[in-house]
Design a protein around this ligand. Sequence first.
Ligand code: HEC
Ligand code: HEC
Ligand code: HEC
Ligand code: HEC
Ligand code: HEC
Ligand code: HEC
Ligand code: HEC
Ligand code: HEC
Ligand code: HEC
Ligand code: HEC
Length: 390
Amino acid sequence: MAGRTRTTKKLAQRIDLNYFKRAYPIPRWRRILSIAAAGLGVAWLGWAGLTGKQSAFNAGPLARAHVLLTNNCSSCHVPAGSFGTQVTETACLACHNAPVHQAKQTFTPACTSCHVEHQGSFRLAAASEASCTQCHSSLKTTDGKPQYVTSVSSFTSGHPDFAAVRPGHAPDPGTIKLSHQVHMKSDLKGPSGPVQLQCVDCHRPASHSPNAPMAAVNYAQHCASCHPLVFDSRFAEPAPHQETKVVHDFVVQKYTEANHGNGADWVAQRVAEAERLLWQKSCKECHVLTYPAPDARPEILKSAIPIKWMTHAKFDHNAHQLVMCTECHGQAKTSNNTADVLLPGIATCQKCHSGGRASADSRCSECHDYHDWSKTKPASSLHAIADFAR
Ligand code: HEC
Ligand code: HEC
Ligand code: HEC
Ligand code: HEC
Ligand code: HEC
Ligand code: HEC
Ligand code: HEC
Ligand code: HEC
Ligand code: HEC
Ligand code: HEC
C-alpha cells in the first residue's frame, strides 16, 4: 500500500504567502460597499438635515395621536447643550395641560415613563400596570395617612371590593319607594292589560358616547302611564307632577272652573278631598312627605337618585351592552326595598377582567383616570395647522 508522500514542508509550500497583499473580489467589494453605505448614510442624514426631512432620524413610529408630529421632531426633542437632544416635561406641557394625580403623592413620575413614545401605540394613554403599582403596591402619602387601601398589586391581587358594596356600606340614598321585584313581575297590570317590564323600559344609557351614565329615571317617561295623578273622575287631565304648591293651585283652578253656583264652600271641600287623596295615596305611594307644620301642605323630599355611584372609577354600560343586566345587577329581580344597593361587587368584574391570557384589559388605566382632570386649565399656547401638517 504505497501512498503519496506528504511532508509538512511540501504542504507548507502550497500556501500563498502573498495572500493578504492581493485584492480578492469579495473582501474588496466588502470594503467598497461598507465605505459607500456609510457615506450614503451620512449624505442622507446631511441631506435630510438640510431639507428638514426629520424622519431620517426616527426611532420608531410615533403613537397614533402624535403621528402628525412626525414632521416636527423638535416639538418634543429640544436641544440639550451642544450635542444631541432631550425630551423634557416642558415639551409635553407646552401642548398638554396634564394635571398632577394627587396632592399628597410623594414624587411625580416623568410623563414619558407612562406614555412611551416611538412604539406606534394605538392608545398612548394606556399606561402599564407597573406605572401605577410602583406607588400603589405600597402606597405612601406626604402626610403618612393614606385614605385608600395601600397594597394593590393588580386588579386581582390586593384590589379592594368597591366601597358601595363593601360590608357595612351605606344604603341607597334615593327616596323613591320603588320595589324592583313588584315591577319585574311577569303579569304586572299595565294601562292596557298585563305586561312584562324590561330593565331598559326604565334604564337606558343617556347616549352612545363612552362612559355615558344611565339616563335618570323620570316620572313622566317611566311611571306616568301606569300611575297617572288622577284625583277626580270629572277631569280627564291628571294633576301636574310638580311641587305640592303647583298641584294645589291646579286643583283649586279645576274646581273653580267646574263650580256652577255651588258656592265657595263647595270648592274648598272638593279641594280638601282631592288633596287628601293626592297627598296620602298618590304622592305617598312613591314619595316621602314632610310636613313643615302640622296642618300645612306637605312637601316632597328630594328624590336624590344617584347617577354616578363609583366616583373613583370609570364604567361604561355601552362597552358591556351584550351582557344581561341581571348578570351584574342580579338583586334587581328580588329587591323589595329602595334602600338596597343593586350594584355588582369586584368578583363579577374579575370573571372577565381576570388578568389572565384570555382576559379583558385589566390594567389600572382601563378603569381609572390618573390625571385629576377637574384641575385642568385651557391650553396655554395654541398652534397653527402648519405646526402639525407640513
Ligand atoms: C411626542 C413627542 C415626540 C416626538 C414628536 C418625537 N419623539 Fe423621539 N422620543 C420621544 C421620547 C419620549 C423618547 C424617549 C427618550 C426619553 O425618554 O428621553 C424619544 C426617543 C427618541 C430617540 C432615541 C434616542 C433618545 O434620544 O433617547 C430617537 C432617535 C428619536 N426619539 C427620534 C425622533 C425623531 C427622528 C422624531 C421625528 C420624526 C421624533 N423622535 C419625534 C418623544 C418624541
Ligand atoms: C406639538 C404639540 C404636542 C406635543 C409637544 C406633545 N403632544 Fe401629546 N398630543 C398632541 C395632540 C394634537 C394630541 C391628540 C389630541 C389630544 O388628545 O389632545 C396628543 C395626544 C396625547 C395623548 C393622548 C393619546 C391617546 O392615545 O389618547 C397623550 C397621552 C399625550 N399626547 C402625551 C404626550 C406626552 C407625554 C408628550 C411629551 C413627550 C406630548 N404628548 C407632547 C400634541 C402634542
Ligand atoms: C407617585 C405615586 C403614585 C402613582 C405613580 C400613582 N398613584 Fe394613584 N394615588 C397616589 C396617592 C398618594 C393617592 C392618594 C392617597 C390618599 O389620599 O390617601 C392615590 C390615589 C389613587 C386612587 C384613589 C383616589 C382617586 O382619586 O380616585 C386611584 C383610583 C388611583 N390612585 C389610581 C392610580 C392609577 C390608575 C395610577 C397609574 C396610571 C396611579 N394611581 C399611579 C399615588 C400614586
Ligand atoms: C319601572 C321602572 C324600573 C324598572 C323596570 C327597573 N328599574 Fe331599576 N330603578 C328604577 C328606579 C325608580 C330607581 C331609583 C330608585 C331605587 O333606587 O330603587 C332604580 C334604580 C336602579 C339601580 C341603582 C340603584 C341601586 O340601588 O343600586 C339599578 C342598578 C337598577 N335600578 C337596575 C335595574 C335592573 C337591572 C332592572 C331590570 C332587572 C331594573 N332596574 C328595572 C326603576 C326601574
Ligand atoms: C307597566 C305599569 C307600571 C309602570 C311603568 C310603573 N308601575 Fe309602579 N306599579 C304598577 C302596578 C300594577 C303596581 C301595583 C302592583 C302590586 O301591588 O302588585 C305598582 C306599584 C307601585 C308602587 C307600590 C308598590 C311598591 O312598593 O313598589 C310604587 C312605589 C310604584 N309602583 C312606583 C313606580 C315608579 C316610581 C315607577 C316609575 C319609575 C313605576 N312605578 C312604574 C305598575 C307600574
Ligand atoms: C309612581 C310614582 C310617583 C308618584 C305617584 C309621584 N311621583 Fe313625584 N317623582 C317620582 C319620581 C320617579 C321622581 C324623580 C324623577 C323625576 O323628577 O321625574 C319624582 C320627583 C318628584 C319631584 C322632584 C323631587 C326632587 O328631587 O327635587 C317632585 C316635586 C314630585 N315628584 C312631586 C310629586 C307630587 C306632588 C306627587 C303627587 C301629586 C308625586 N310627585 C307623585 C315618582 C312619583
Ligand atoms: C358588566 C356589569 C354590568 C352590566 C352588564 C350592567 N351594569 Fe348597570 N352598572 C354596573 C356598574 C359597575 C354600575 C355603577 C357605575 C357607576 O356608578 O360608576 C352600574 C350602574 C347602573 C345603574 C345606576 C345608575 C348609573 O348609571 O350609575 C343603573 C340604573 C344600571 N346600572 C342599570 C343597568 C341596566 C338596565 C343594565 C342592562 C341594560 C345594566 N345596568 C347592565 C355594571 C353593569
Ligand atoms: C376592571 C376595572 C378596574 C381595574 C382594572 C382596576 N380598578 Fe381600581 N377600582 C375599580 C372600581 C369600580 C373601584 C370602586 C370605585 C369607587 O368606589 O368609587 C375601584 C377602586 C380603587 C381604589 C379606591 C379604593 C378604596 O379604598 O375605595 C384604588 C386605590 C384603586 N381602585 C386602584 C387600582 C389600581 C392601582 C389598579 C391596577 C393595579 C386598579 N385599581 C385596577 C375598578 C378597577
Ligand atoms: C362579560 C365579561 C365582562 C365583565 C363581567 C365585565 N367586563 Fe368590563 N369589559 C369587558 C370587555 C370585553 C371590555 C372591552 C370592551 C371594548 O373593547 O370596548 C370591557 C371594558 C371595560 C372598561 C373600559 C370601557 C371603555 O371602553 O372605556 C371598563 C372601565 C370596564 N370594562 C369595567 C368593568 C367593571 C367595573 C366591571 C364589573 C362591574 C366589568 N367591567 C365587568 C368585559 C367584561
Ligand atoms: C403614572 C403614569 C402617568 C404619568 C406619570 C403621566 N400620565 Fe398622562 N395619563 C396616564 C393615564 C393612565 C391616562 C389615561 C387616564 C386619564 O385620562 O387620566 C393619561 C392620560 C393623559 C393624556 C390624555 C388625555 C385624553 O385626551 O384622554 C394626556 C394628554 C397626558 N396623559 C399627558 C401627560 C403629561 C404631559 C404628563 C407629564 C406631565 C403625564 N401625562 C404623566 C398616566 C400617566
